[in-house]
Design a protein. Structure first.
Length: 376
């Protein structure tokens, strides 16, 4: 294997799986209209927050039946709000095959202390047995395992006649994959993933069945940041841009910038097409490269957004490969998630240019050659 450095670097070597790359052509100039130094509760501030909700609904094709709101704490805050506000009135199944699903299982079992809870687990690179899910119970799952490179294949496994709620952490799937809204009761995501927005803000979509559950009364006392009802009724203002706490209006403007870019491309179909094309470039290199393999055991469940890779029959240290590429400015932040098996992780979401992924494999091969030589 040649040790010569490739001649062309990715123009934007930002392959982090979160926060993710900004949209192509992004600059601070696009935030010039931010509502700064004024109350977010003033009419113009509320209008911007409401516009984020409206544009999000348009891009993601969220049906009018579902409420959509902005909540604090990124996707983590949105998931926690859902878990603490909705669970406890019936049994719960939690699917855990990557780091964040396992975190939600810890919350359900140890923090909420729910007695009637099952955890359906699988190792990194695999899915649990989806047919074992009991839809008479509430079900908590991630759509796309950002840390394992595995996603559920579709929504066909979700019972359309379920009596429990389907609670889906979709933070790295929203804007990169199609979500079956008619089979999802709670969906959460953040601004910092597929559209490359700024952090600290999450979004929450609720089906009518989830709203009905909320209005029946939370099963436990809740802190102010988690409350979505008042006097037994849903706080409808949250779903019109009247946020629970003070949002960053600079982040709001950045979210609007990303949403307008997405609509200008052609909406969700265009975002998915970009993501799929990016993943195909990376996986074509994997298929012809003996020292690397997909962490996803089944190609049908391999993520198209966060592609996770494992090394095969090589002495090279994946952390050394990632470090070499970062030092060369060829790829930033592509080490595996800290709790995942050692390997590499490359974000292929819609804000990544396919040309940058086409320029990446020669650098991966070069860094592997250096790292393997050092370890030999």
């Amino acid at each position: 294997m040649t040790m010569d450095k490739p001649g062309v670097r990715p123009a934007r070597p930002h392959f982090s799986s979160g926060p993710c790359a900004k949209r192509p052509g992004w600059s601070l100039d696009g935030l010039g209209g931010a509502w700064l130094g004024r109350s977010h509760r003033a009419p113009a501030g509320k209008a911007k927050l409401a516009e984020v909700i409206d544009l999000t609904r348009r891009v993601l094709r969220v049906p009018e039946s579902h409420r959509v709101g902005i909540v604090p704490g990124s996707d983590t805050g949105a998931v926690e709000m859902a878990l603490w506000s909705l669970l406890g009135t019936r049994g719960v199944d939690v699917l855990a095959w990557e780091s964040f699903g396992r975190a939600w299982a810890v919350d359900v079992l140890d923090e909420l202390g729910l007695g009637d809870a099952r955890v359906l687990e699988a190792g990194y690179g695999h899915l649990p047995d989806l047919s074992a899910v009991d839809w008479s119970r509430d079900v908590v799952f991630t759509w796309n395992g950002t840390t394992s490179g595995v996603r559920v294949p579709d929504g066909d496994w979700i019972d359309p006649g379920r009596s429990g709620l389907a609670l889906c952490d979709a933070t790295s799937a929203a804007f990169a994959m199609d979500l079956p809204w008619d089979r999802l009761d709670v969906v959460t995501w953040s601004w910092q993933k597929a559209l490359g927005g700024e952090g600290a803000h999450g979004m929450l979509a609720l089906s009518p069945r989830a709203v009905e559950r909320l209005e029946a009364g939370p099963p436990r006392p809740l802190p102010k940041l988690f409350r979505l009802t008042e006097g037994g009724a849903l706080m409808e203002g949250v779903f019109r841009g009247e946020t629970v706490n003070t949002p960053s209006m600079l982040c709001v403007e950045d979210a609007l910038d990303g949403l307008r870019w997405a609509l200008g491309l052609g909406g969700l179909d265009a975002l998915i097409a970009r993501t799929d094309a990016n993943a195909a470039v990376l996986r074509a290199w994997v298929a012809r490269t003996p020292w690397i393999a997909d962490l996803a055991a089944d190609p049908a469940t391999g993520s198209t957004a966060s592609v996770c890779l494992r090394l095969v029959d090589t002495p090279a240290d994946p952390a050394r490969i990632a470090g070499l590429l970062a030092d060369e400015g060829a790829a930033q932040d592509i080490g595996a998630y800290r709790k995942a098996p050692p390997g590499l992780r490359v974000w292929c979401g819609p804000t990544i240019e396919t040309a940058d992924l086409e320029a990446l494999p020669p650098w991966l091969d070069w860094a592997h050659g250096v790292a393997a030589g050092e370890a030999a």
